[in-house]
Design a protein around this ligand. Structure first.
Ligand SMILES: Nc1ncnc2c1ncn2[C@@H]1O[C@H](COP(=O)(O)OP(=O)(O)O)[C@@H](O)[C@H]1O
Ligand SMILES: N[C@@H](CC(=O)OP(=O)(O)O)C(=O)O
Length: 450
């Protein structure tokens, strides 16, 4: 049995949904389908999830509904339902559920925004299941509550609860194609909670693990995972296979093609993940597996992401002060700031934080507390940082990778602001100024792949 997830680009309009049907029909093992909300139809379009968030924000800000955005959302579903010639009841159900979620936002009910955000996936699932039925395939819509996807109550950042997997296994009994909306689950008390953005990949992996599927196929809009984000290099090398560890590091550091948290459930059950293209399903795609035979080159990918800051702290004899690191991180914890990395020296420590975690008002409080409570010599915040991650199994036992990378930075004329090597067995991380990111990535690509 295969679990198949289709991303927003695969569900953007009626013609994409027709491709989805052909893919499902082409392989009888594709029995469980997880869908995202309709994505962008072209470059400057807006994803339905973003429209729903915009709508929710408008209601929360001034209590009135932004009718223009509301109509855009309904029209996306209406056009699809009409072009696919679905029964009128399908669109009515989609609209009713959106209207009910809007009422919850107006009433300021718990998790109302998550309920509204989830309407994109829910609408896609209703439309796809109805279209499959109309095409003569036995198919049903299955809500994540019915499927048994239980999560903790962390709005916009759900984490799956262990008992979900056993509950999901029961779906194997059903002898039809099941269409499950991605991106959300329910708390044991019945509250809807969404995963973080891009989280339908996570639903697909949870469902594949629960069902003990033979494979988790993730359909998107590229033929494979490339060794570098195609935004930086034209037609980069395609990757036919990767390990779970490699893909997790690469997606964490900017390979947005697959959610970094989505690998964990599949990895635990050793279910192979295959990334494929809805617009070119015969292309081989990229297989993600537990282990791979030895390769010639140890660097498989270069990932990068902007939007970081460096909180730099210096204090003479920091290395002798028991508990300094803990106290520094405790201040961040106290202020509700999560951190990404914390490389340290003898008298200095850097804490790398996602920019949005530390807005200017919070920055002031954190800096003041560090000065007063830790009596540091210096505290400084450097914004506009980017991280570059070089990833590959076996890299840490290979001589010369760091020196080749350093040469690539030198050739691009880019200063390395920070290096983190050795914390992970499969990656090496560099911090650079955001403005220098693309020239650094291009130079690293030339060094390792050309
Ligand atoms: N290394 C990479 N390999 C392939 N695609 C990548 C990579 N890094 C970023 N991407 C981007 O990820 C996109 C697919 O992810 P996403 O937009 O979330 O698709 P979907 O709508 O199917 O969920 C690609 O169109 C590509 O621009
Ligand atoms: N629709 C949600 C969840 C998701 O996974 O979407 P996509 O598959 O289009 O990345 C989002 O935009 O975040």
């Amino acid at each position: 049995m295969k679990v198949v997830k289709f991303g927003g680009s695969s569900l953007a309009d009626a013609s994409q949904i027709a491709k989805v049907r052909s893919i499902i029909e082409a392989d009888e093992n594709r029995r469980v389908v997880v869908v995202s909300a309709p994505g962008k139809r072209r470059g400057e379009d807006t994803k339905v999830t973003d429209l729903l968030i915009q709508l929710g924000d408008s209601i929360q800000t001034d209590g009135t509904m932004d009718m223009d955005t509301y109509m855009k959302i309904i029209d996306r579903f209406r056009t699809m339902a009409e072009e696919l010639a679905l029964p009128i009841g399908v669109l009515e159900t989609v609209k009713d559920r959106i209207d009910q979620a809007i009422d919850l936002v107006k009433e300021q009910s718990n998790n109302a925004l998550d309920t509204l955000k989830a309407c994109g996936e829910d609408g896609s699932a209703l439309i796809v299941s109805s279209y499959l039925q109309q095409s003569g395939l036995q198919s049903s819509y299955v809500n994540p509550k019915e499927a048994g996807i239980l999560v903790c109550d962390q709005p916009g950042g759900a984490i799956v609860l262990e008992e979900s997997f056993e509950r999901l296994y029961g779906l194997r009994e059903r002898n039809e194609i099941l269409v499950i909306p991605g991106f959300f689950g329910f708390t044991p008390e019945g509250q809807l909670v969404t995963f973080s953005r891009g989280g339908s990949d996570i639903t697909g992996s949870i469902v594949a693990a629960g069902l003990k599927a033979d494979m988790y196929e993730n359909f998107t809009d590229v033929d494979s995972v490339y060794c570098v984000n195609p935004m930086y290099v034209e037609s980069p090398k395609q990757l036919t296979s990767l390990t779970y560890r490699e893909m997790r590091e690469l997606s964490y550091a900017g390979f947005s093609v697959f959610h970094d948290e989505a690998l964990i459930p599949a990895f635990k059950e050793k279910i192979p993940v295959c990334i494929k293209n809805t617009n070119n399903p015969s292309a081989q795609g990229t297989m993600i597996v537990a282990e791979l035979p030895e390769r010639e080159s140890h660097v498989v990918g270069i990932a990068s992401d902007k939007g970081f800051l460096n909180l730099y702290v210096s204090k003479f004899l920091m290395n002798r002060e028991i508990g300094f690191g803990r106290k520094l991180l405790h201040i961040l914890e106290d202020e509700g700031v999560s951190f990404e990395h914390a490389p340290s020296g003898i008298d200095d420590m850097s804490v790398i934080i996602r920019d949005h975690q530390l807005p200017p008002e919070k920055e002031q409080v954190v800096v003041q507390r560090i000065k007063e409570e830790l009596e540091v010599d210096m505290v400084m915040i450097e914004r506009d940082m980017a991280m570059i991650m070089i990833v590959g199994e076996g890299m840490n036992q290979t001589v010369g990778i760091a020196s080749n990378a350093a040469c690539a930075f030198r050739e691009a004329g880019v200063n390395i602001e920070m290096i983190n090597q050795g914390s992970s067995e499969v990656s090496m991380m560099f911090g650079v100024k955001s403005s220098e990111l693309s020239s650094a990535v291009e130079s690293l690509y030339r060094t390792f792949f050309e």
